[in-house]
Design a protein around this ligand. Structure first.
Ligand SMILES: Cc1ncc(COP(=O)(O)O)c(C=O)c1O
Length: 384
């Protein structure tokens, strides 16, 4: 293929040209004036985005999402500590596995694929157990396309006299799905550069509440690189990924220009358009609309295909989508609509898939209708 393929993946996601350009800026001393300005700008923007409340609440580490999960475990728990880990799919299972590898004892609440967790059940489990130091949950489960009620869980936990630290994997959520430290009452939010932040993979981002900062272990066996304390203090004990920081600065400018509410509305629209396509094209959406993720949609693979065939044939037509994960490996494909994806670009990708499906054009029409109705509603709102 001569030209880059279109990607509708749940990560990595398309990188806007201006972010690419920013990453080509000349290399500079990470302790010099030019980079310090970038660092301060990015840090201030991230603190505002995550609403951490005070300064020193965001750490940006050169690692992937999984590295950031590992960093969270190493900073809050010692080997032998007891925690609750809730999984609603493959990435929740991964978070539990990371904690167990680090010697932490996990009471695993396993929710079937395709469902969201029940916050009350988690709170009841906290009440039943003694000595629970933390709770791990996934905000937006990328393997199933389920959005979990993290805000509700945080509100219930707040009503307890004391509650374990709540650590949320929002790697495919924030900033395309809202979640904040102050407003939602979450202790730690974990994100990564290659999803809604519209950058290449390589940066793990952790937002930490003032309460959680007090709980960070001063020393922990086996921890060096992932010690959050210097990062939160704005220091670089090791060379930062300068080019990725430059890209992130531009991506944050783009996010600011789009605005929080329009961006969230865009992802909700993309989710509805993808689901409408699937329902009309013979690829039923895998989860109920009430818990559907705004950033990734799992669809039953069309009759006559395995997910791998479907994905490979789409790739031959110039479109990259994702396969199913875990027990859904043989049943589902996943369409990502996170980060820099506009409705017309999604529609272009869906029109590509339509070549593979007898009812494909019905799917494209249904998806277009959803977009068209949305435009009409917006026009009406503008006039009013
Ligand atoms: C919810 C979630 N958690 C964790 C990860 C792992 O991130 P990485 O592949 O960057 O290590 C991903 C990546 O897709 C994810 O979507």
């Amino acid at each position: 293929m001569i030209y880059p393929p279109q990607i509708l993946l749940p990560g990595p996601t398309p990188v806007p040209p201006s972010v690419d350009l920013a990453m080509q800026r000349a290399m500079s001393d990470h302790r010099g004036a030019v980079f310090t300005q970038v660092k301060d700008h990015v840090t201030n923007q991230l603190e505002a985005l995550f609403q951490v409340g005070t300064q020193g609440g965001v750490a940006v580490i050169p690692t992937t999402g999984t590295g950031a999960l590992e960093a969270a475990i190493q900073n809050f728990f010692n080997p032998g500590d007891h925690i609750i880990g809730v999984s609603t799919g493959a990435f929740g299972e991964r978070f539990v596995a990371v904690a167990e590898k680090m010697g932490v004892v996990v009471r695993h609440i396993r929710v079937p694929y395709g469902q969201s967790f029940d916050p009350r059940h988690i709170v009841e489990t906290v009440e039943e157990e003694t000595d629970i130091k933390g709770i791990l949950v996934t905000h937006n489960e990328t393997s199933t396309g389920v959005l979990n009620p993290v805000g509700e869980l945080a509100r219930l936990l707040k009503t307890m006299p004391a509650h374990p630290v709540l650590i949320v994997d929002s790697i495919s959520g924030v900033p395309s799905v809202p979640l904040t430290i102050e407003k939602d009452g979450v202790d730690v939010i974990i994100a990564a550069s290659q999803k809604g932040f519209m950058c290449p993979p390589g940066l793990g981002i952790l937002a930490v509440s003032a309460r959680a900062r007090e709980l960070i272990l001063k020393e922990r066996p086996g921890r060096l690189f992932f010690d959050l304390q210097p990062y939160l203090a704005g220091q670089f004990p090791y060379t930062p990924a300068v080019s990725l920081w430059n890209g992130l600065e531009e991506a944050l400018n783009l996010l600011e220009a789009e605005g929080v509410e329009p961006r969230l509305a865009r992802h909700r629209l993309l989710s509805r358009m993808t689901r409408a396509f699937g329902a009309a094209a013979g690829m039923e959406p895998a989860v109920e609309p009430a818990i559907a993720s705004p950033t990734v949609t799992a669809l039953h693979v069309a009759q006559g295909f395995t997910p791998l065939d479907f994905k490979n044939q789409a790739a031959q037509l110039g479109l990259q989508i994702a396969g199913g994960m875990g027990p859904w490996h043989h049943e589902m494909v996943r369409i990502g609509h996170v980060g820099a994806v506009m409705p017309n670009q999604l529609l272009e990708g869906l029109a590509t898939l339509a070549h593979l499906l007898p009812q494909g054009l019905d799917g494209v029409q249904a998806s277009w209708n959803v977009w068209h109705e949305d435009i009409a509603v917006q026009k009406e709102a503008y006039r009013a």
